[in-house]
Ligand binder design. Sequence first.
Ligand code: SAM
Length: 251
Amino acid sequence: MRTPAPPLAALLLTTLLGGAPAAAADFMGRPLAQTMSHQGAPWLTRDSRMREERPELLWTWLNLGPGDAACDIGAGNGFHTLVLARTVAPSGVAWAVDIQPEMLALLGERATAAGIDNVRPVQGTQTETRLPADTCDVALLVDVYHEFSDPAAMLESLRESLKPGGRLVLVEYRAEDPTVPIKALHKMTKAAAHRELTAHGFKLVGQLDTLPWQHALAYQRDDGPDPAQEPTPWTPQTAPPPTQTPAPTPR
Ligand SMILES: C[S@@+](CC[C@H](N)C(=O)[O-])C[C@H]1O[C@@H](n2cnc3c(N)ncnc32)[C@H](O)[C@@H]1O
């Protein structure tokens, strides 16, 4: 469990969040987090992330393959985008959406260095993905939904961006779990995520409970009569701990 931040850590957090004060707005009773500044991008590609978050479990579960269109929403500097791009190559595309051009520039540098040429960057807005309609087989949202300043508008835009039958996959740090060393404002409960998604035109179609720190919930547009699923409650036994004790994090 995290202890109260000492002055230096508080200063670091303020810097990463662009000097912004704590979030003032809320959505359906949940306080909104500030956008993570591009100045914090190195944290997204830190060496320890693979063992802390076990993203390979998520990537396998997404079940993407060559020719698919993978949309990384809130792509940051492309930790997930580059893997998605390799997975859907050679005929598929990884769309990378972010509101910060600096993040997209960092992502572009990383893609070039890795020799990956099927990433399409898109500068979105606080209310729109700016993707063409009916584009995504999967829209992956890792550690971003909780910081949308206008979640309702983004969910409406995401509904339009999905292909028919496409999945929105929401990945958020577990708020129910005090062992996840992330600040409370940057975590979500399954119940809150599900309440917000189902209130805005989505139905649950799958869930992954084996990530060490995160919930992963898969949704589709709720346009038909199919019966809705409910998320199973998270319990401490469902997810293994990371393979090593994590270092303190600014998030
Ligand atoms: C904490 S980072 C996560 C980056 C990446 N998903 C990862 O897991 O490495 C959140 C990113 O979402 C972006 N973001 C915030 N609100 C957004 C929005 N409405 N549309 C697109 N990107 C957004 C931020 O600019 C930031 O780069």
